[in-house]
Design a protein around this ligand. Structure first.
Ligand SMILES: C[S@@+](CC[C@H](N)C(=O)[O-])C[C@H]1O[C@@H](n2cnc3c(N)ncnc32)[C@H](O)[C@@H]1O
Length: 358
């Protein structure tokens, strides 16, 4: 078994709890449907907010008092920390309420970090500034209907008429490689928005476990953070195929993204008699094409060190898709570490990065 990453780590900065401010009746209900343009705008805005929140939290962690708090990435920790500090709570609540009450939701507020000009959180920011921005970000996320709205917008992006549902390519590729070992295949879909996708309809899998931070189909999609899912002990609990499409880019820090990559090995069955396990992996193309810290070469190093071999690769105008074969835990380099390093310069780059820690 790959033993790289057995520690439980929690990623869901936007999940589970409502935050410091109790949700009021005024909070905008998640819309049932959205026009395509509106959905795209919302997805973009949520990505900006999630990214900045992650940057702020990694800076804020320096101010946390106990070592335990410093290491923990859980949503609760920063909220508990702010809650326990009268001055910080006052700053946070003030900004949260202000943005929540004043924001016109069809507009990007000029008062919250401008995605065009403010890509890097300035080192001169003190703890008050960080908490102030955090309050604004959380207030805006809530005003826009919370993560649920983001998911609805993403589901619309999966609409067949709009060319969505990346699992269509997984099914096509599985048929191409004639992956039909038996009729007993088990799949794990991480970050599942809908049980009606091609992966569910194709009948290649006998059993599909679907998980998401926020289930849109309770009872069918389990509400769970993959980073907290208990690592299986027995082979029979593991999977023949994992689909991880557009999830890693959603994970809020480079370290947690690395944890996710390593963790997936723990959930794949060990290959027996040439029967290998599969990983279907998708990220937005700019993550490898235009990141200051990441490209396809680094992705290939990760694949190799974690024991994966490429079966298929495809780039669309927006996304990069991989179908990987996992060769087993004996191919995983347990000492592999990958640090953040600048590989491209330029102000118009994004900061996507995956860090592998020990
Ligand atoms: C952009 S959607 C992608 C949905 C779908 N897989 C696709 O390809 O269109 C990302 C989803 O990943 C989920 N997600 C992010 N981090 C997760 C985690 N640690 N565990 C489980 N789900 C996660 C989010 O809640 C969100 O629904």
């Amino acid at each position: 078994m790959a033993k790289r990453n057995t520690k439980k780590r929690s990623s869901s900065l936007l999940s589970k709890k409502n935050g410091l401010i109790t949700k009021s009746k005024e909070i905008k209900a998640s819309p049932k449907t959205l026009k395509p343009l509106r959905a795209r705008q919302l997805i973009r805005r949520f990505h900006v907010l999630i990214k900045y929140k992650s940057n702020i939290l990694s800076k804020l962690r320096e101010y946390f008092t106990s070592n335990e708090q410093k290491k923990n990435n859980d949503d609760d920790y920063y909220k508990k920390w702010i809650n326990g500090n009268v001055k910080m709570k006052k700053i946070y609540d003030y900004e949260w309420n202000k943005i929540f009450n004043e924001l016109k939701i069809n507009k990007t507020p000029s008062s919250v970090i401008d995605p065009k000009t403010n890509d890097i959180i300035d080192n001169s920011m003190d703890v008050n500034d960080l908490v102030r921005i955090l309050g604004k970000i959380d207030g805006e996320i809530e005003k826009r209907g919370g993560l649920k709205t983001y998911q609805i917008a993403s589901t619309l992006g999966q609409d067949g008429k709009r060319g969505g549902d990346s699992s269509k390519l997984l099914v096509k590729w599985m048929n191409e490689i004639e992956y039909k070992y038996d009729n007993n295949l088990k799949a794990l879909e991480i970050g599942c928005l809908s049980s009606k996708n091609e992966i569910s309809k194709c009948k290649l899998f006998k059993d599909i476990t679907r998980i998401d931070l926020h289930s849109q189909e309770p009872g069918i999609i389990e509400e769970e953070d993959f980073l907290e899912r208990i690592i299986p002990t027995f082979e029979s609990e593991k999977f023949d195929c994992i689909s991880c499409s557009l999830v890693v880019n959603f994970v809020p820090s480079p370290e947690l993204r690395g944890d996710m990559m390593c963790r997936m090995c723990d959930f794949l069955k060990e290959p027996v008699d040439n029967k290998y396990s599969l990983l279907f992996f998708v990220i937005p193309l700019p993550c490898i094409e235009n990141s200051r810290y990441f490209d396809n070469e680094i992705m290939n190093i990760i694949w190799k060190k974690l024991g994966f071999e490429k079966l298929k690769y495809h780039q669309s105008t927006k996304l990069a898709y991989w179908l990987m074969k996992w060769k087993g835990s004996s191919y995983v380099d347990m000492n592999f570490i990958l640090k953040k390093k600048e590989i491209r310069k330029g102000s118009d780059r994004n900061n996507f990065c995956i860090v592998i820690r020990n």
